[in-house]
Design a protein around this ligand. Structure first.
Ligand code: GCO
Length: 462
């Protein structure tokens, strides 16, 4: 069914494809055009106004963890330059801005005493966005867990789920009158695997059981937080943000095909199926059984209003007996283009994932909450960047997304990752995804040519 559904879109014969070729706008007038960032990647000011430590502060200051020894101590200094960044959003005609709140700014110990100066920062940011008619989209968790909770087990400890729900309620009580779109988590799958399974992200844990526990407890925390947000206000649009990638076998061997199916269940299914279907994918359900307490499945499956899809590239998976799930990233077909992150470029994968979401979760609105590309931008003397490769990437993926509109996909918006060059986790500042260049020595912001592309031609399908 999926292939039959896809065929006309991949061949570019769909009505939307023709319109995407510049015969009128591909996207409806109420389509949301946004930009995305996250707290630890842009804010800096890690010791200001009572902010508590996060697991990323500790991880970055552990030798050898981050390229070039970079940290988020200063980042884009957004905590002090937020007015300038809001002005950039307005200049780019973005109708929405997706940001995340730093849990340790609001609850320095993760629970208990509220740091009102942290809430005040986001309150000012939200007011400035609303004043510019930019819809604030708030993500409650983009990986920066309070270190105090990590010391109590973090996402390996079920108590963290309740603390997360309490944090969500505190933020909604302060901002819920103006913030109407909320995401509980950003990419629980990435955080579980990279932070708790292979240890290349904070908190640097390893092992299959740690990854499974972190995955399950984030899913449970999502459900408890959705219930808490619904109890706080009835006028919120609630969802979660997931990173989905087609898991393609690296070869035609049975082993690689089975490995790809298994990795698909772990990567694309374990973070989504419990939330919308009430259980883990059959291929891996047994692995989670010991973690599931009475009531968990019902608690995780709270009605939500939308799904946020982060898409960058497909995955090519091979059998890997030594890896956590017997499967890992493998050979990519010869001739495949790559971004500077080494990620394969294939916009058809976005079409595939959007169609798959419609097949599996068709009753939900979908927003592309992250899509973008890292390239080794060459800056002119004035800081300007003609990032034609990034424009080509954005264009091909917008065309791929637009093709699905006539296939019943309830695609409602697109957020570029990212507004600003920022702290790219283990890669530090060596990798740039922004449509605005940041000179990290001077903090000067300079819109790239992709910024102008997104503000104009992109919206008319060009
Ligand atoms: C992610 C995160 C972002 C990344 C971006 C580029 O998807 O990993 O949401 O924080 O910076 O995706 O890797």
């Amino acid at each position: 069914m999926l292939i039959a559904t896809l065929a006309p879109f991949v061949l570019g014969k769909s009505p939307a494809a023709r319109s995407a070729a510049g015969h009128g706008s591909t996207f409806p007038a109420d389509f949301v055009w946004g930009a995305a960032t996250s707290s630890y990647q842009i804010e800096g000011a890690v010791d200001v106004d009572g902010r508590g430590k996060s697991i990323w502060d500790v991880f970055c200051h552990s030798p050898g963890r981050i390229k070039n020894g970079d940290t988020g101590d200063v980042a884009c200094d957004h905590y002090h330059r937020w007015r300038e960044d809001v002005a950039l959003l307005a200049r780019g005609s973005f109708g929405a801005y997706r940001f995340s709140t730093a849990w340790p700014r609001i609850l320095p110990a993760g629970s208990g005493a509220i740091e009102h100066r942290g809430l005040d920062f986001y309150d000012r940011l939200v007011d400035a966005l609303v004043a510019q008619r930019i819809a604030p989209w708030l993500c409650l968790y983009h990986w920066d867990l309070p270190q105090a909770l990590q010391q109590q087990g973090g996402w390996l400890n079920r108590d963290t789920c309740r603390h997360f729900a309490d944090y969500a309620q505190i933020v909604a009580r302060r901002l819920g009158d103006r913030v109407k779109h909320w995401a509980t988590f950003n990419e629980a799958n990435v955080h579980a695997l990279f932070g708790h399974g292979i240890g290349t992200h904070a908190p640097g844990l390893t092992g299959r059981s740690n990854m499974l526990a972190a995955m399950h407890h984030q899913n449970l925390a999502h459900g408890l937080a959705v219930a808490a947000l619904r109890a706080e206000r009835s006028d919120l649009r609630l969802g979660t943000i997931i990173n989905l990638q087609p898991a393609r076998p690296s070869s035609q061997s049975d082993e690689d095909r089975r490995a790809a199916e298994r990795f698909d269940a772990v990567w694309n299914g374990a973070c989504l199926d419990p939330l919308t279907k009430g259980g883990y994918p059959a291929a891996i359900a047994a692995e989670f059984a010991s973690l599931i307490a009475d009531g968990d499945l019902a608690a995780m499956r709270q009605p939500i209003d939308y799904l946020g899809l982060n898409y960058y590239s497909p995955m090519y998976i091979a059998q890997a007996p030594q890896s956590l799930f017997g499967a890992w990233f493998g050979a990519v077909p010869a001739g495949t283009p790559f971004t500077a992150m080494g990620w394969p470029i294939d916009a058809a994968g976005l079409t595939e994932e959007l169609i798959r979401l419609r097949e599996r979760h068709g009753d939900l609105d979908i927003y592309i909450t992250e899509n973008g590309a890292c390239f080794d931008d060459l800056a002119a003397a004035d800081g300007s960047v003609r990032d034609e490769e990034r424009i080509a990437y954005l264009r091909s993926h917008l065309v791929a997304a637009g093709r699905t509109l006539h296939a019943g996909v309830r695609l409602r918006g697109y957020f570029v990752w990212s507004l600003l060059d920022n702290f790219e986790w283990a890669e530090g500042y060596s990798r740039r995804f922004g449509v605005v260049r940041v000179d990290f020595d001077t903090q000067r912001r300079t819109p790239k040519s992709s910024f102008a592309y997104l503000a104009g031609p992109a919206r008319s399908g060009l």
